[in-house]
Design a binder for this molecule. Sequence first.
Ligand SMILES: C[S@@+](CC[C@H](N)C(=O)[O-])C[C@H]1O[C@@H](n2cnc3c(N)ncnc32)[C@H](O)[C@@H]1O
Length: 225
Amino acid sequence: MNKIPEFLKNDRYKRSSYYAYNWKMPQTYDSCIWMKVGKIDLLDEAVLYEMSGNDRSVRILDVGCATGRLLFKLAENRYTNLSGVDLAPQIIEVAQKKLSNFRVNLNLKVADSEDNLPWPDNSFDIITLTGVIHHFYRLHDALKEINRVLDKQGKLIIWDPWFPMIVRQILNSWLYFFPHDGDYRFYTPTIMNKKLSDIGLIDIQYCRVAVWCYIITGKKKDKIA
Ligand SMILES: C[S@@+](CC[C@H](N)C(=O)[O-])C[C@H]1O[C@@H](n2cnc3c(N)ncnc32)[C@H](O)[C@@H]1O
């Protein structure tokens, strides 16, 4: 069995993500019960809807892409410029195999999005984070790094679980001490709205989807003021 990389040793939230997605789940993730119970298809439809109107050659990055679940759907929908990044090398291997039959410009990488996305500034027209932001211990750092690789006027699309206030507070307190499969903290759309405007995004819009999730989108300014 692989050892835990040195850089994870002092970060128990990331270690929890790495353990879950690198060792426990790469082969079983796509068929796990949450895919059906959580109506993930509906959420993917919402993401595709947010992209509609774009040319199929837009440069898309899926952060925390795991098995390439969303990238697969994008390839099926004839999007041709697809990139993905994940913390866990073994789940990226699964994604690579799964997408190998599509004729797309595919670029999958292993990296920690809180520290460094291995692409130059302004590399993407659309960046997606589906079910990922609640894993970030340093959310602001991750969002800043994501904003760096998003092109001017590019669009950020995020969905994440939504919980009623009391449930969310209990869950967040619990996860602070006992991170579960890398889950660290759940946010409200209002808090996420503030976090996206803090990094300079504009035209921020959000709504609830599939009862237990919300989707939030924002655009990068054309020019830095
Ligand atoms: C709940 S899964 C969501 C996967 C996928 N986006 C989907 O919609 O099914 C969260 C993913 O985020 C990845 N992840 C967590 N922290 C990360 C980080 N700091 N950088 C990159 N990926 C990360 C995990 O390894 C995992 O694959």
